[in-house]
Design a protein around this ligand. Structure first.
Ligand code: C2E
Ligand code: MG
Ligand code: MG
Ligand code: MG
Length: 289
């Protein structure tokens, strides 16, 4: 019976695999089309300065507006985009849209608003990346200091010597650089010291445990201390409760980002959110906006 069960399993495994392959091809074709047909949207999530309680920066987060599937989340297409190399084109579209949007908002009175944009490891490996970014900034009319590039810890720690050169080139242009999802990778602290970066973003997995897990609180405190020592700005990701926010404020974490303040929003919704929360210079917690 055991033997039969195994054969049974194998019999059904093969066609399933093919189906997955077909689906992958179909998805790849759809994604290619999405890039051509401009189906990508950029949502914006506020990053709140814990001292001034004002929004100094927004993170640009991509969404795919598929004609029949609706809004597709990054986790359902970024991995495929990475595997197929489409992420390079996708990432450039996001950068272009985000830079244009921020320039528009600055012109409309949000003078000092910056934007952070996620860079895929593949984009980061492109030798000509600084040139691409310089052109996008120029075309958008945005000053480089208003753009922050988020690279993941694991991307940063691969090919370190090359990365230092790349980061230096980007820094010389005047753009800012942060390490995203910090604490989940395997950072070498001696390399971190050598990286010309501006900020660390503490991964949200540590923030969610601040009050439940003493280890999480200890890690958050250690990352904040590390950032202070290296003179880096530090942002907490995934802040969902007021008590988490108060903890971070008390422990001198520079910025907080999370559903407590607002989810990633389309540009028009962010404008309303900003008016409501910032006009009064009094930050309200409006996660269900
Ligand atoms: P990330 O860069 O770490 O972005 C933060 C993610 O956490 C976002 O998910 C955001 O919606 C979510 N988040 C924010 N606050 C909270 C919270 O309080 N609670 C919870 N549970 N989640 C929160 P999103 O938008 O689904 O993006 C997921 C990931 O996809 C991003 O993680 C980033 O790695 C990637 N991604 C998004 N847009 C781009 C892009 O334009 N280019 C590249 N290369 N990657 C992108
Ligand atoms: Mg990010
Ligand atoms: Mg992150
Ligand atoms: Mg993440």
């Amino acid at each position: 019976a055991k033997q039969q069960g195994r054969n049974h399993y194998q019999y059904y495994l093969a066609p399933e695999k093919t189906e997955a392959q077909i689906e992958r091809f179909a998805m790849e074709a759809m994604l290619r089309k999405a890039l051509e047909k401009d189906e990508l949207l950029v949502y914006y999530q506020p990053r709140v300065n814990t001292k001034s309680e004002s929004v100094v920066c927004v993170e640009a987060l991509v969404r795919w507006q598929h004609p029949t599937l609706g809004i597709v989340a990054p986790k359902d297409f970024i991995p495929l985009a990475e595997e197929t190399g489409l992420i390079v084109q996708l990432g450039e579209q996001v950068l272009r849209k985000a830079c244009k949007q921020i320039k528009k908002w600055q012109d409309e009175g949000m003078d000092e608003l910056s934007v952070s944009v996620n860079l895929s490891p593949l984009q980061f490996r492109q030798q000509h990346l600084p040139g691409v970014i310089a052109r996008i900034l120029r075309q958008a009319g945005l000053k480089p200091r208003f753009l922050e590039l988020e690279i993941t810890e694991s991307a940063a720690m691969q090919n370190v010597n090359r990365n230092i050169l790349m980061l230096r080139e980007l820094k010389e242009m005047g753009v800012k650089i942060s390490i995203d999802d910090f604490g989940t990778g395997y950072s070498s602290l001696s390399y971190l010291k050598k990286f010309p970066i501006d900020a660390l973003k503490v991964d949200r997995s540590f923030i969610s445990g601040i009050h439940e897990d003493p280890d999480d609180a200890a890690i958050v405190n250690a990352i904040i201390a590390l950032a202070k020592t290296l003179k880096l700005n530090v942002t907490a990701e995934g802040v969902e409760t007021e008590s988490q926010y108060l903890y971070l404020q008390q422990h001198r974490c520079d910025e907080a980002q999370g559903y407590l303040f607002g989810k990633p929003m389309p540009p028009e919704t962010f404008e309303e959110w900003y008016k409501l929360n910032m006009r009064e210079k009094d930050l309200m917690f409006s996660p269900d906006f």
